[in-house]
Design a binder for this molecule. Structure first.
Ligand code: FES
Length: 226
């Protein structure tokens, strides 16, 4: 997480925010991406795209970690994540906040982490193969039985809270170079829990599948979490 502390969130006019794009920001060491409803994000390791070579250890534009601005009461106050953290909003304010974003820039096969209510939320733009594997295992011997269809609103988008249901570690798997476990979903190295491409626990001490946040699609590729 520390490598992402230079993440900066700023507010832009709504009209500008509708068209996602990124640019390098001199002096900040981060790229900027614009997401829905007037929120733009400067994120280290943002979509590097085919135009730039991936650094050692990353195979392609596989990793995007954004700390997004929360909407509503917090939105106008957002500056940087450490600031958000230090603001320590009341439970009432936190309960009202939501994250609204355009996920269209997330390529098929790419995974994005969004900070929401203090927790990472994993957004996975699943490949056809990942979807097929998740569905094929609906009838497998699952520790926490749940069909894939009950865990997604749209098959290509899996959105889960990225906190291991054992003791709360953050599983690996958001980077293509990460260990993703036996079922190619996520792997929690703390005690060895394996999650599949539906975020279901398959092996290890975690008792439950990765939890699902409340969310809804406002448009084809605009989602509101919370
Ligand atoms: S916290 Fe994930 S396996 Fe223990």
């Amino acid at each position: 997480m520390t490598e992402h502390l230079n993440t900066v969130v700023q507010i832009l006019p709504r009209a500008e925010a509708r068209r996602p794009k990124s640019r390098r920001v001199p002096g900040v060491g981060a790229d900027e991406v614009r997401i829905a409803n007037g929120v733009s994000v400067m994120a280290e390791a943002l979509i590097r795209g085919p135009m730039q070579p991936a650094p050692p250890g990353e195979t392609r534009r596989d990793f995007l970690y954004l700390t997004t601005g929360t909407m509503g009461a917090l939105a106008t106050a957002v500056a940087v994540w450490p600031l958000i953290d230090s603001m320590n909003p009341s439970a009432e304010v936190t309960a009202l906040t939501s994250v609204e974003m355009d996920i269209d820039p997330i390529a098929v096969g790419q995974r994005l982490t969004v900070k929401w209510r203090g927790n990472p939320v994993f957004i996975s733009h699943r490949t056809a193969e990942e979807i097929a594997e998740a569905r094929a295992d609906d009838t497998a011997d699952l520790p926490d039985p749940e069909p894939d269809s009950a865990r997604v609103q749209r098959a290509e988008w899996l959105i889960v809270i990225g906190v291991c249901t054992h003791l709360g570690c953050i599983p690996l798997g958001q980077k293509a170079s990460d260990r993703r476990g036996q079922w190619q979903g996520w792997f929690c190295p703390c005690h060895g829990s394996h999650y599949d491409t539906s975020g279901r626990i398959r092996k290890g001490p975690a008792p439950k599948n990765l939890y699902l946040p409340d969310y809804e699609f406002l448009e084809d590729a605009v989602v509101r979490i919370g």
